[in-house]
Design a protein. Structure first.
Length: 131
């Protein structure tokens, strides 16, 4: 019985390892911290420093991202504008906006997480967004 279990792929992620996430934040330290934490949970996390870079990456494979996690305040396009452009390519794109400012998400596909947040809060919001 243990031998069968050990041959199964291991995933410490709450939803499984194969999910691809896109993290967009202009703060390098937070972006890197989120990427490392999400990868420890078993996600495949890609990061972008800004909206334009994120749009380019997203446009290459719009349906391949299970979730986009973006800061609300980015240089150029803000997080809401970024998601609107992404949803023009993939209307059912799920997302979580993070911000130090209060925010009311628009629509059921967008969640919100107030900065600063605990890792447990991030996991809960990701699970809610992917449910």
């Amino acid at each position: 019985m243990n031998a069968a279990r050990s041959s199964e792929p291991r995933s410490s992620g709450p939803r499984g390892a194969a999910l691809r996430l896109l993290v967009v934040d202009d703060e390098a330290s937070l972006r890197d911290l989120l990427r490392r934490y999400l990868e420890r949970l078993g996600y495949h996390a890609e990061t972008c420093a800004g909206a334009e870079e994120a749009l380019e990456r997203f446009a290459a494979a719009p349906s391949s991202y299970a979730l986009v996690i973006t800061d609300l305040t980015l240089p150029g396009l803000n997080g809401e504008e970024l998601l609107a452009r992404m949803r023009a390519l993939h209307p059912q794109q799920r997302a979580v906006i993070v911000s130090g400012y209060p925010y009311e998400p628009i629509g059921p596909l967008t969640g919100f997480l107030q900065k600063p947040f605990l890792p447990k809060m991030l996991v809960e919001e990701i699970e809610r967004a992917l449910a």
